[in-house]
Design a protein around this ligand. Structure first.
Ligand code: ADP
Ligand code: MG
Length: 295
């Protein structure tokens, strides 16, 4: 073909299921030496499901009322965990109440007014002050030990229940980690907003040893900047609103298309449209080959 090498690389990447937004993007991908992977929606399928409903003693809620309350607050959110909660409520034909004054904080959770009560559903580590209860901690620890993501439901400042949520590892996660390790000479790092226990368990399954958990969006950016200050060129792979700042800060950013939030897709340099993680190392390799032809 007479097409310039970087343009053919874009076309080849497209055939493999990765949409690169420009020739510059294609060129930069071939330079990366460090990979940071998000957990939920990136290493995992991003279609999590509710496994545990644990109303807290003294809360007046049963399993169903807890789920309905959480789903009402989560309804406007596009986060994969929110969709898991709403799906679980739908499967039980629960009626959802209107969510007023809805706000969502990336990496933390959501808050809304439900029937006049302020309801927060979110990460145990980032509950709104005052965090009065201690009793949810034990349930959270138990669920996290079992590899679940625990989200706490807080009503008018009081924790009233905990939901356990599970997510399947992508079938090609371990092979992708191995391929990226071969390409860059070092294993990828896991960057996640989720809890340390669930993150470490999943990392061990795919061959990742460096894990940074409990991160807010700006903490993911700080990790990227720390490595780039050491002269490294970082590829970030993520799917969420919480990944967008890190996708923008990195040398290269790739978003997972299927589960990905609009903001992540817009911010990333390239999008995995075929929903296979294994396309990523193959496209990095493509880019390296194309760069050799250009130079
Ligand atoms: P990851 O970095 O693994 O993709 P996120 O940063 O998106 O995860 O989320 C981090 C944590 O924040 C979740 O594990 C959860 O505890 C909490 N969280 C974020 N959004 C929501 C939500 N809509 N509902 C409940 N919890 C949430
Ligand atoms: Mg994610």
């Amino acid at each position: 073909s007479t097409m310039p090498p970087l343009l053919s690389a874009i076309a080849n990447a497209g055939r493999r299921g990765v949409l690169a937004k420009s020739a510059v993007v294609m060129e930069r991908l071939g330079q990366i030496d460090t990979v940071a992977l998000d957990k939920t929606g990136t290493l995992t399928e991003g279609v999590p499901y509710v496994t545990n409903l644990r109303p807290l003693p003294g809360s007046d809620l049963d399993d169903t009322a807890l789920l309905a309350l959480a789903a009402s607050a989560e309804h406007p959110s596009e986060h994969p965990l929110a969709r898991a909660v709403v799906t679980a409520a739908r499967e039980r034909n629960l009626a959802l109440a209107d969510a007023d004054d809805f706000t969502s904080t990336p990496g933390q959770g959501v808050t809304a007014t439900i029937n006049g009560h302020t309801v927060t559903v979110g990460a145990p580590a980032h509950l709104p002050a005052p965090d009065t209860g201690e009793q949810h901690q034990e349930v959270v620890a138990e669920l996290e030990e079992a590899g679940r993501t625990a989200v706490v439901v807080v009503r008018d400042g009081v924790p009233v229940g905990v939901l356990g949520i599970a997510d399947r590892l992508r079938p090609d996660a371990a092979a992708t980690v191995a391929a990226l390790t071969r390409l860059t000479g070092r294993a990828p790092v896991l960057l996640t907003g989720d809890n340390e226990r669930a993150a470490r368990r999943l990392a061990a399954e795919v061959g990742i040893t460096e894990v940074r958990a409990g991160l807010l969006p700006q903490d993911k950016v700080a990790a990227v900047k720390e490595w780039e200050a050491q002269g490294r060129k970082v590829l970030v792979v993520g799917d969420g609103v919480n990944d967008a700042p890190a996708l923008a800060a990195a040398h290269s950013g790739i978003a997972m298309g299927k589960a990905g939030s609009d903001l992540a897709l817009e911010t990333a340099d390239a999008v995995v449209v075929r929903d296979e993680l294994a396309t990523i190392p193959s496209v990095v390799q493509l880019s390296r080959t194309a760069r050799r032809l250009v130079i």
